[in-house]
Design a protein around this ligand. Structure first.
Ligand SMILES: Cc1ncc(C[n+]2csc(CCOP(=O)(O)OP(=O)(O)O)c2C)c(N)n1
Length: 657
């Protein structure tokens, strides 16, 4: 059988079952080449999947998935799983609009038993599957596959705590490659490093297998001798030594195991499958394995855009200055003369830009692991002691720390500065990663200031404002990428940021377009389209979602008699809702249309395509303005009488798949 034909013949995990060790090794090689060629064309997560090729093959060969339940943590490393579960031919469409997702999705395949995108959920979810099985009286295996990075998340530890105590049959497969996106951090990472240097666990047919099979494992109480014998058979440590963290918690620890020896893995899992109770298999892998450039620099090849599969050369597209560069450069400027500034990242030093801050001030920059909740409460403690903490966390991941924002920060008026990167639609990562809820979830919290810049110049000014503001928490949310090129002809006004003050960019009598953040570019573009129809719009850059500039907004609504709001966030409860509330509370009964994202989860795809689908475009804003202006006064007062401000053209005009 030629190498090529082997991969092409794998249409489901059933096709793996008859393959021998040599064939499995060839298959692994073929998968690496195919995976790299595909990701080179689409962009995506390369190094994480390359690291688990043998592990994924072994799990699918030994277990009967989906009858047995394999729950992936994050899912960014599951491309091989997709290849082996009938989606080989679709891999070139991964993360492309209309193509398969870059993560697991229940809707996508019966083999995707549980979706994710955010880290550290797998053990808790697997516990749910395991208990459901127990209630049903089922016999299937339940596994959680989790990386050493994801294991640093509080949720993973909560799951471990519960699973170990409950004692049900569950296997945690720890994929330890010593890396999160950057180097993994924390005491647990240090502990795993100590385990890694122990002799590799060897599973030989006539020793461990026989012992495990023969022992009264699970159910009955083991006598001391049996426990010792079992420990000797299942892990490297001295048999009587009970100081192993996972063992002390209540897991049977097996490891460390070579994660690139597919035969040994198959052998091992076929026995692990028979074990009862909570088991943790510690698998050592290398991120980027087999592709030299990805192996040498897994941080760069963790997730990336298109590149050359031959040498890994990354295609860089010319673009302006990125928001996160402006953020960190400004922070560095301010921190030069203010040693109270402390920066915190939850495992994203590269993505947030804080890597640059860490270079200058290593002692004032903390990577706390994938631990957004801890990051926020840690910041709260620092703020309570008079320091100036900056929590730089992607909009989508800050969702994890919602109670900490309310309970630890805002309730106590603590001046934590939140910098929320990747706000708005993020594109290829899709529904789990779009940063579209932040305006809605933050603006209902008392004491917090919420703002969003229209471009990178304003980002600089807002960063300075946030660092100087000390009356309570403040959040700046900004999109991925670089600044929009706003029209030169418009006087973009002074850059100084004043609390709760908007800027009026264009003054016109016919319709007030009130926008925030990335919505401002759309509003300005709509205004220029309307000019061609002789419609004169007011365009307001709100700057603040909270507190709103009530004076400017109310005056514009009264003058124009029609309002359109524009935001790159959920319209339900977001910026437009804030404007509606302001108008209603002040008895200003004018028609309002909110343009933003509809009440639906948005798929993956290029941001312009997604915006087009949901009507978050200048064309839709302009068309909405024309329609509002075309409405007769009666219909306007009808709307007003019924309090019907809230028709959302973005929802009416679009169908989100
Ligand atoms: C809650 C949350 N915070 C941050 C991230 C961003 N993120 C995606 S993968 C990853 C690293 C995961 O490391 P690990 O679990 O060891 O998997 P590996 O990539 O090394 O295979 C991070 C920080 C996330 N997905 N979820």
């Amino acid at each position: 059988m030629s190498k090529e034909s082997l991969l092409e013949r794998i249409n489901s995990p059933a096709d793996l079952k008859p393959l021998n060790a040599e064939q499995l090794r060839s298959l692994a090689e073929e998968i690496r080449v195919y995976l790299t060629e595909c990701v080179a064309r689409t962009g995506g997560h390369l190094a994480p999947s390359l690291g688990v090729v043998e592990l994924t093959i072994a799990l699918h060969k030994v277990y009967d998935i989906p009858k047995d339940k394999l729950i992936w943590d994050v899912g960014h490393q599951a491309y091989v799983h997709k290849i082996l579960t009938g989606r080989r031919a679709q891999l070139p469409s991964i993360r492309q609009h209309g193509g398969i997702s870059g993560f697991l999705r229940i809707e996508e395949s019966p083999y995707d038993l549980y979706g994710a995108g955010h880290a550290s959920t797998s053990i808790s979810a697997a516990m749910g599957f395991a208990k459901a099985r127990d209630f049903r009286g089922g016999q299937e295996s339940v596994l959680a596959l989790i990386g050493d990075g994801a294991l640093t998340g509080g949720l993973a530890l909560e799951g471990m705590n519960n699973a170990a105590d409950d004692g049900t049959n569950i296997t945690v497969v720890l994929n330890d490659n010593e890396m999160s996106i950057a180097e993994n951090v924390g005491a647990l990472a240090t502990y795993l490093a100590k385990l890694r240097v122990q002799p590799m666990y060897q599973f030989t047919e006539h020793t461990a297998k026989a012992m495990i099979a023969g022992l009264p494992i699970g159910g009955g109480i083991l006598n001391k001798a049996a426990q010792g014998a079992k420990r000797a058979a299942t892990h490297f440590a001295t048999p009587q030594h009970t100081g192993l963290l996972f063992e002390e918690m209540g897991f049977q620890y097996i490891g460390p195991v070579d994660g690139h020896n597919v035969e040994a893995l198959c052998n091992l899992f076929s026995h692990v499958k028979k074990l009862k109770g909570p088991v943790l298999v510690h698998v050592l892998t290398r991120k980027g394995k087999g592709i030299p450039y990805a192996e040498a620099d897994s941080r760069t090849y963790h997730g990336l855009s298109t590149f050359s599969p031959d040498d890994g050369k990354i295609e860089t597209k010319a673009s302006g200055v990125a928001y996160n560069t402006v953020f960190v450069d400004t922070l560095n400027d301010v921190a030069e003369t203010d040693d109270k500034i402390i920066a915190i990242t939850a495992a994203m030093p590269d993505g947030t830009g804080l890597k640059k801050f860490a270079k200058l001030h290593p002692e004032r920059c903390f990577d706390v692991g994938i631990a957004e909740q801890h990051a926020v409460t840690f910041a709260a403690g620092l703020a309570a002691e008079g320091y100036k903490p900056v929590a730089a966390i992607y909009s989508t991941f800050l969702q994890r720390a919602y109670d900490q924002i309310i309970h630890d920060v805002a309730l106590q008026h603590l001046p934590v500065r939140f910098f929320l990167d990747r706000a708005g639609l993020v594109g290829d990562d899709g529904g789990t990663h779009h940063g579209v809820f932040d305006l809605a979830y933050l603006r209902c919290i008392p004491n917090i200031v919420v703002m969003s810049p229209k471009d990178t110049d304003e980002m600089r000014a807002m960063t300075r404002f946030a660092m100087a503001y000390s009356a309570g928490p403040v959040a700046v949310r900004y999109p991925r990428g670089s600044s929009p090129q706003l029209p030169q002809a418009i006087d973009l006004g002074e850059r100084e940021i004043v609390l709760g003050r908007a800027e009026t960019l264009i003054d016109g009598p016919d319709v007030a377009i009130i926008a925030i953040g990335a919505g401002v570019e759309i509003a300005l573009d709509a205004e220029s389209q309307l000019c061609k129809d002789d419609i004169r719009a007011t365009v307001i850059n709100a700057r603040f979602c909270k507190p709103l500039d009530s004076e400017t907004i109310l005056a514009a609504a009264r003058k124009c008699g029609r309002v359109i709001t524009v935001e790159d966030g959920q319209v339900q409860g977001g910026f437009g809702s804030a404007v509606l509330e302001l108008l209603a509370d002040n008895g200003v009964t004018v028609p309002v249309r909110r343009i933003g994202l509809p009440d639906a989860f948005i798929e993956h795809g290029p941001v312009p395509v997604l915006r087009d689908e949901v009507g978050l475009t200048s064309q839709n804003v302009a068309q909405t303005a024309r329609e509002l202006i075309g409405e007769r006064p009666q219909s306007r007062s009808h709307n007003a009488r019924n309090g019907n401000y809230a028709e959302t053209p973005s929802q009416e005009l679009s169908a989100v798949k």
